[in-house]
Design a protein around this ligand. Structure first.
Ligand code: GDP
Length: 451
């Protein structure tokens, strides 16, 4: 309770919400309406006073919501008092003294979920709306609260249930269909589900990109052309550059937007200074930067053979989302994209001249492709913004792939059924039918009090 009071702010109006089957009883003990009628009608307000020992504590308006048509699905009332801390604290104490308990953070929304009014993903969107930093983020939250995501998930669950029913029918009535027909049908349905889950999963990256930009680092040994490339990108006519402070004190991040490609260039300061005698971005630092980047641009001087240091840089770029730039294409090239050391990067090699600014278009096109930027349709598609949902979708995809393999290997259908039920379980955890108590507690603990 102390913590609650510490967070209490001052406002013109303060609201104390009571929910549960005894809410009206508690209220009756402390509230004297002006109009003495005892009838309680949902969606109405009464004017009156909060009273303690015949003393008026405050002049208030009380709204009544009768369950199940309330935020929590229970009987609820909200005391609209004056928003000063002293008065609010007093009314809260009176409520507690007369039989109410202090709510946990997120308890109202939790009750709405437990009461079946909203599912878990909708409940979670309430936090997103409250915490949104931009209009765009808030809009995603509201879409989710409206049930867009739940609808998508339920749609996939329905298809899975159909497959499971098919399997059960084929187990019970083997003469009903030939196994070949059933298998082909099931395979097709599994693929449809996978496509839908994949596009949901991909949307997480889009959402993150729109919000945060593609966190990009440029790495390469001294004189490969890092700072020339950076300058070429920044001087690109259509680049809108915003300098933002880096996460650590000595880095500068530049947020640039080229043809709708949001790039957040990290540690550009280091690159700028790399013309000093001492090379600022060493291999170790490059490794560190590369670790939490969304995109690595590794640049090489293609007029020289790969050196040992170049190989180290290639190793950093391996297994990550990276683009290899063979720079200095205006000179006689010693390495091209057929070089055996580049075999891991097949499609992602760009030859350009940073100095002459030729070939940059290819770089931008490549980034657009790699991050599916052309496919992001912000208004019509639902975007996954919640890490928990993304993890569950990944698990669902894993189990779906397992199911496909079981089917293709001709293993018994009851094993297939188990895998599919696992997928169903993963999806149900998003909407909350199968989220454990621990997960629920963790989710609702992130809410503020009173929500
Ligand atoms: P950094 O140390 O990786 O930042 O490399 P810089 O961008 O400072 O470039 C090192 C040297 O290579 C400079 O003299 C640049 O002018 C030169 N350079 C960079 N890009 C090109 C290019 O595309 N062609 C040629 N011929 N020289 C380049």
């Amino acid at each position: 309770m102390h913590q609650y009071l510490l967070h209490l702010g001052i406002g013109g109006i303060g609201i104390i919400r009571i929910s549960g089957k005894n809410s009206f009883e508690v209220l009756e003990k402390i509230f004297k309406p002006k109009n003495k009628s005892n009838e309680i009608v949902g969606y109405t307000m009464k004017y009156g006073h909060i009273i303690e020992d015949n003393k008026i504590i405050d002049e208030v308006l009380v709204s009544y919501f009768k369950g199940p048509k309330s935020y929590t699905t229970e009987d609820m009332c909200e005391i609209n008092s004056h928003g000063g801390t002293v008065v609010m604290k007093k009314i809260l104490e009176l409520c507690l003294k007369n039989g109410a308990d202090l709510a946990e953070p997120g308890e109202f929304t939790k009750r709405a979920f437990l009461g079946g009014r909203i599912d878990l993903s909708q409940a979670e969107s309430v936090i997103d709306i409250i915490n949104a930093k931009s209009e765009r983020e808030a809009r995603e939250g509201i879409k989710q609260l409206d049930g867009f995501l739940s609808e998508k998930i339920n749609d996939i669950k329905k298809e899975l249930l159909e497959i499971i029913t098919n399997i059960e029918v084929s187990i019970d009535y083997p003469e009903y269909d030939t196994p070949e027909v059933t298998n082909k049908d099931i395979l097709k349905k599994i693929q449809t589900c996978r496509n839908k889950l994949n596009s949901l999963e991909n949307s997480f990256d889009s959402g993150k990109i729109i919000k945060d930009g593609i966190k990009t680092v440029i790495i390469g040994k001294p004189n490969a052309g890092k700072s020339s490339l950076l300058n070429a990108i920044l001087k690109e006519d259509r680049a809108i550059v915003t300098e933002v402070e880096g996460t650590t004190r000595d880095t500068i991040e530049e947020f640039i937007n080229i043809n709708g490609i949001p790039l957040k260039l990290v540690d550009t300061a280091g690159i700028r200074e790399s013309n000093d005698k001492v090379e600022k971005i060493g291999i170790e630092k490059s490794k560190k930067l590369a670790n939490d980047a969304d995109l690595i641009i590794a640049i090489f001087d293609s007029s020289k053979e790969f050196s040992e240091e170049d190989i180290k840089i290639l190793n950093i770029a391996k297994n990550k989302k990276s683009i290899i730039i063979l720079n200095k294409s205006d000179l006689v090239q010693k390495i091209n994209n057929e070089n055996p050391k580049l075999k891991d990067f097949n499609q992602n090699i760009i030859t350009l001249s940073a100095k002459n600014k030729t070939g940059l278009e290819k770089l931008f096109e490549k980034i657009t492709d790699m991050f599916n930027l052309n496919e992001i349709n912000l208004d019509n598609d639902i975007i996954i913004t919640n890490q928990r949902h993304k993890n569950l979708i990944l698990k669902a995809l894993e189990n779906l792939n397992k199911a496909e393999k079981i089917l293709k290997d001709g293993m018994p259908v009851d094993i297939l059924e188990i895998s599919l039920k696992d997928v169903l379980g993963n999806l149900s955890a998003i909407t909350g039918e199968e989220a454990g108590e621990e997960i629920l507690n963790e989710i609702f603990a992130r809410f503020c009090l009173g929500k």
